[in-house]
Design a protein around this ligand. Structure first.
Ligand code: NCD
Length: 323
């Protein structure tokens, strides 16, 4: 039996809610004086990061340590991949040392799925693959919203979320779309036409398309929303010119605090980071009272504890085969 977390796509609502519930219960561990529980004692977790990362890599490492697992970090520049070894050969060498889980970040969409298909004994957790998925980011976004909307009778169901920015190159957006579809929320994608992936225009892209709408005018996309999620312009993934210039993008899509009046009264601001202040979003929004940005980072540890626990112990995420 293989157990992985490769994406939010394919999870059931029950599995998503179960992970969020476990994550919520792990939040408290990080507030203790001694921030450790024995849940994964004797387990070995390898963080195999082939792309830069601050929040995700650090929080996976902290999460593993707080669960008493042994965690080892392997980065792209320090692995044999730079000597010409294939990704699979490197991963097989890591697997030969009997880790319980390998957490993978890779610039190629599908790399964790590929490893999950080829490694027989190791759990694979996707920490962000190319422009595809970033499941733990969507989970920590949902947990942060759950905490904020705790008084709302229906919790985080029935919300309207506007995701603004470089949709085309974002893995965060795909994982969030799947999560909010499961939760029964409405998602508005707000971006210039060139930053919307062409496949998103296909009505079958995410199944029933009624929960998803695309907006090219910022003011219209933000009208009455409960959540704004800002996204960075991912210049490192842009092989062509998708916008005339950063200045022209900013002129039309910069989320400024003047737009707050258009939002729902309880509305909050999310951003996965890193933030390009002054390019996609105003500093006073990122640092202001509606911002959940620090809370998102804080929740990253608890969410990754829940995911590591689920995957390393087989708790409710069992799969007959890799997705
Ligand atoms: C995101 C990522 O790497 O996909 N960041 C993150 O994990 N916190 C978003 C981004 O890089 O812009």
């Amino acid at each position: 039996m293989i157990r992985h977390l490769l994406g939010i796509e394919g999870l059931t609502l029950e599995e998503l809610e179960h992970l969020l519930l476990n994550a919520a219960s792990f939040v408290e561990v990080s507030k203790r004086d001694i921030k450790k529980v024995p849940s994964l004692r004797g387990k070995t977790i390898i963080n195999f990061f082939m792309e830069p990362s601050t929040r995700t890599r650090t929080s996976f490492e902290i999460a593993g340590k707080r669960l008493s697992a042994d965690t080892i970090n392997v980065s792209g520049s320090s692995s044999s991949v730079v000597k010409g070894e294939t990704l699979l050969d490197t991963a097989r060498s890591l697997e030969a040392m009997n880790p319980d889980a390998i957490v993978v970040r890779h610039k190629a969409s599908g790399a964790p799925h590929f490893l999950a298909r080829h490694l027989s004994d190791t759990v694979i957790i996707n920490a962000g693959d190319g422009m595809h998925e970033h499941p733990t980011q969507a989970l920590l976004d949902c947990l942060s919203l759950q905490q904020h909307f705790v008084e709302r009778p229906q919790g985080i169901k029935g919300l309207t979320i506007a995701i603004v920015g470089d949709i085309r190159h974002s893995r965060v957006v795909r994982s969030n779309i799947w999560a909010h579809k499961l939760l029964g929320n409405k998602v508005r994608l707000v971006a210039p036409p060139t930053l919307i992936p062409p496949e998103f225009l296909h009505p079958d892209c995410f199944g029933d398309p009624s929960f998803l709408s695309i907006h090219h005018k910022l003011e219209e996309g933000l009208e009455g929303v409960d959540v704004i999620m800002g996204l960075r312009l991912q210049m490192e993934r842009q092989s062509q010119f998708f916008i005339p210039s950063v200045q022209e993008y900013t002129n039309e899509y910069f989320v400024s605090s003047n737009l707050v009046d258009r939002l729902a009264p309880q509305a909050v601001v999310l951003h996965p980071g890193p933030v390009n202040r002054g390019v996609e979003i105003a500093t006073d929004l990122v640092d202001g009272p509606r911002s959940l940005v620090s809370r998102q980072v804080n929740n990253g540890v608890a969410v990754r504890m829940a995911v590591l626990f689920a995957c390393c112990t087989g708790d409710r995420l069992e799969r007959e085969e890799a997705a």
